[in-house]
Design a protein around this ligand. Structure first.
Ligand code: THU
Length: 163
């Protein structure tokens, strides 16, 4: 029986700062930051904002929504995607997403989507049959740009795995 070592590479861009973004990307980046003002995060004190750019130029926002029963809360990435699908079922394709996070009174820091959000993000990208570019603030203060949500969740579970 063969045992073969393999590697899987993930392609992404790392940008120094917002000057390296396009005008549309800058607006999306700022929208995610602005959205953090509307997070409901009294328990963690960690305010997260997510912004979705639609092909018609509109931006739809999400923020984390916490609860006294902690697991009942939801991340910003998912409130954005679920909120869009629930409120605008006929929405134009999603052509970009950005995420931002900061402590209640602090500076913006890294915002890397949790595993559950990556799974949900994949579902919505697959649903629209069009890859969605993603902008994330890294742990070192740079901007990470991915061409597709799928890059963030290799070996994922999807509808293809259902019988
Ligand atoms: N959170 C998000 O909104 N997005 C993430 O990707 C990671 C975590 C939220 C959930 C919770 O309200 C707070 O941040 C602390 O985990």
């Amino acid at each position: 029986m063969a045992r073969i070592s393999k590697q899987q590479l993930i392609s992404y861009e790392e940008l120094d700062d917002t000057n390296d973004l396009t005008a549309a990307e800058q607006a999306l980046w700022q929208a995610a930051r602005d959205a953090t003002a509307h997070a409901y995060a009294p328990y963690s004190g960690f305010h997260v904002g997510a912004a979705l750019l639609l092909a018609d130029g509109t931006i739809f926002r999400g923020t984390n929504q916490e609860n006294a029963a902690y697991p009942s809360g939801l991340c910003a990435e998912r409130t954005a995607l679920f909120g869009l699908a629930a409120n605008q079922p006929q929405h134009a394709p999603i052509v970009g997403m950005a995420v931002a996070a900061r402590p209640a009174q602090g500076q913006f820091g890294p915002a890397l989507p949790c595993g559950a959000c990556r799974q949900v993000m994949l579902e919505y990208e697959t649903r629209q049959s069009q890859p969605i570019p993603l902008l994330l603030p890294s742990r070192t203060g740079t901007i990470l740009r991915f061409d597709s949500f799928a890059l963030l969740i290799p070996f994922n579970f999807s509808a293809d795995d259902l019988p």
